[in-house]
Design a protein around this ligand. Structure first.
Ligand code: DSN
Length: 420
């Protein structure tokens, strides 16, 4: 261990040199601390991860992979990437890991690059039913360059309709099938997806961005044994830095690596790669496993509490970190609910529900997640409280000032980034 002084973030220097930006950074910290953060794709990353992100590893150009770089001087950063790769393989039981994707969307572009040619057919969950932009939205590269076919949820159960997935697969013979979503609260049956993919000779890609942290914490089953390739972001329940990652079977390792570099990225962000390695170490602990289980228990408690308040959980509940709520009984749109909650210092997002009669920018639903509040140490009793606060803010636009005060009292008891 070196005894050199760590050259890391220095607030006094930043405050003096750029007061405008330093005030904004402190303002965002105050916002995080001062309200309830319920966006299902966000979390509070740890101080150790933030330290790695703010390190001099940011300076290094390192195109290529460990021991096979284009530039000199990469021996030190190579070690960080090797450690990260080994941690990812061990934690997820994967043959191969690539830590270089700058984001989830970058990881997904690389997957198309590794397995498809423009014009190929890809079967994925429709965006309007809970899928992701990169799974074939017409305004995204995926919908522009590929022939994407959308599958839906069953209108009654609001669960993935596997009969229709299989029918569509048999009819369209996709090159690749995608399992994974941004607003699907239930477990996904990866074995069934594997069977359908095998029947039509398709690659099975699992986009695990939302739930990979729950997999890491052994709170839900893993897709790794079933999928050819798994992509995810590292900043959701997993609690790492913003960024992406790909796991794959050994036979696809070369194609995946070549698709990240040189196909669609240049130099990897080595500070982010190191920060991903740190978060993988954190996610390998018993503490993280307890956290992941509590995230699910909290989401279930929040879902039950909201249901009592007439906010209907889509599919009847949740098995994961997120709850999708139909606001029909309240007569409030998702957009209005988001705005009212914002005023009450509750941050969440409007979200289309399956077969939503309203356009996506208005939407009939909201989506909430429990990753961040669980990081703060909140448990089921607090979820009951939060359910009441959300319901009050949604149903009564005049309540937001009062609700904001109660939110402030609650978060003061469970501070985000507690002061030492
Ligand atoms: N934007 C993310 C989400 O909120 O689910 C997915 O990329």
């Amino acid at each position: 261990m070196s005894n050199e002084i760590f050259w890391g973030p220095d607030w006094s220097e930043l405050a003096e040199m750029d007061p405008e930006i330093s005030q904004i950074i402190l303002g965002e910290l105050a916002r995080l601390r001062g309200g309830l953060q319920l966006i299902a794709s966000e979390n509070f990353t740890s101080p150790a991860v933030l330290a790695a992100l703010g390190s001099t590893l940011s300076n290094k150009y390192a195109e290529g992979y460990p021991n096979r770089r284009y530039y000199g001087g990469c021996a030190v950063v190579d070690e960080a990437e090797i450690i990260g790769i080994e941690r990812a393989k061990k934690l997820f039981g994967a043959d191969h890991a690539n830590l270089q994707p700058h984001s989830g969307a970058s990881a997904n572009i690389a997957i198309y690059g590794a397995f498809c040619k423009p014009g190929d057919t890809v079967l994925a969950m429709s965006l309007a039913q809970g899928g992701h932009l990169t799974h074939g939205s017409p305004v995204n590269f995926s919908g522009m360059w590929f022939n994407t076919i959308g599958y839906n949820v069953d209108p009654d159960t609001e669960l993935i309709d596997f009969n229709s997935v299989r029918d569509l697969a048999l009819k369209h013979k996709p090159k690749m099938i995608v399992a994974g979503a941004t607003a699907y609260p239930r477990l996904i049956d990866f074995k069934k997806f594997r069977e359908i993919a095998d029947e039509v000779g398709a690659i099975l890609w699992v986009d695990a961005a939302h739930f990979i942290g729950l997999v890491a914490g052994k709170a839900i089953p893993s897709p790794v044994e079933y999928a050819d390739v798994v992509s995810f972001t590292t900043h959701k329940v997993l609690r790492g830095p913003r960024g992406g990652m790909i796991l794959s079977k050994a036979e696809h390792a070369k194609a995946v690596d070549k698709a990240i570099f040189p196909m669609m990225q240049g130099g990897p962000l080595m500070h982010a790669v190191a920060a991903k390695a740190v978060s993988l170490k954190e996610a390998s602990t018993v503490e993280f496993q307890n956290y992941a289980k509590q995230v699910v228990l909290n989401a279930q408690a929040l879902s039950a509490g909201l249901e009592k308040e007439d906010l209907r959980p889509v599919s009847g509940g949740t098995d994961t970190h997120l709850v999708l709520l139909d606001l029909a009984k309240t007569g409030v749109t998702g957009k209005a609910a988001e705005g009212q909650c914002d005023e009450a210092k509750i941050t969440l997002n409007k979200n289309p529900i399956p077969n939503d009669p309203l356009p996506p920018m208005t939407a009939s639903g909201i989506r909430v997640g429990t990753a961040a509040v669980t990081t703060q140490g909140m448990k089921e009793p607090q979820m009951q409280e939060i359910a009441k606060l959300i319901a009050t803010a949604v149903k009564d636009p005049n309540s937001t000032e009062v609700v904001a005060k109660e939110v402030a009292e609650l978060v003061a008891k469970f501070p985000a980034y507690p002061r030492p």
